[in-house]
Ligand binder design. Sequence first.
Ligand code: G3P
Length: 234
Amino acid sequence: MKLFLDTAEIEEIRTAARWGVLDGVTTNPSLYAKVGGSYDELLVEICRITPGPVSAEVVADDVEGMLKEGRAFARLAPNIVVKVPMCEEGLEAIYRFAEEGIKTNCTLIFSANQGLLAAKAGASLLSPFVGRLDDINQDGMEVIRDLVSIVEMHDLDSEVLAASIRHPRHVTEAALAGSHIATLPFKVLQQMVHHPLTDKGIQTFRDDWQKARAAAAASAKPTGTASARKPAAR
Ligand code: G3P
């Protein structure tokens, strides 16, 4: 399963890229609002750092507006994917983008049927929001499982991207459900790295190493004592 970061924070993206675990990035207007500045300049920088696709979201509510915003994003870098919301205008825009060879990520998917429609319209990525469904007492992961089965059963040319991931268990479940991609907040990526027994084990090994080095250094010191001067046994 590919791992994307769900963020507009450059330092978080740089860190994940250095760890060698970054396959792509998703942004949205709310994530952009946290960092501010020029969205275009931010996207160019993110695209430069990120080895894979970078999603940039349109906010227009009409098809022509979505197309105008999306075409402008697509000109910024070759790895831009235009994020389009699931709605009637969104489907039409996705279909038009596909005809122009512009890749899209259909966002705000909350049912397998919405995902099926987005795939048929030509979206490259289908983004069901797992956490927001869990928030309203529905099983978000069920949409991932159903949509993965539909995509594979009918050989659709789209990938399922598990979004609205809130904790590491969501990542494991998305991977087990066969999701092609999961997009994670940086905090969840960090939580995946750590385990209390790993952190404790690292500290124990370091402490024992220091003790062993100190003991070795002490025994190697010429002490001038009788035992140190004793000739070797024949
Ligand atoms: O990128 C969209 C999605 O991941 C949002 O997550 O936590 O705001 O529901 P969240």
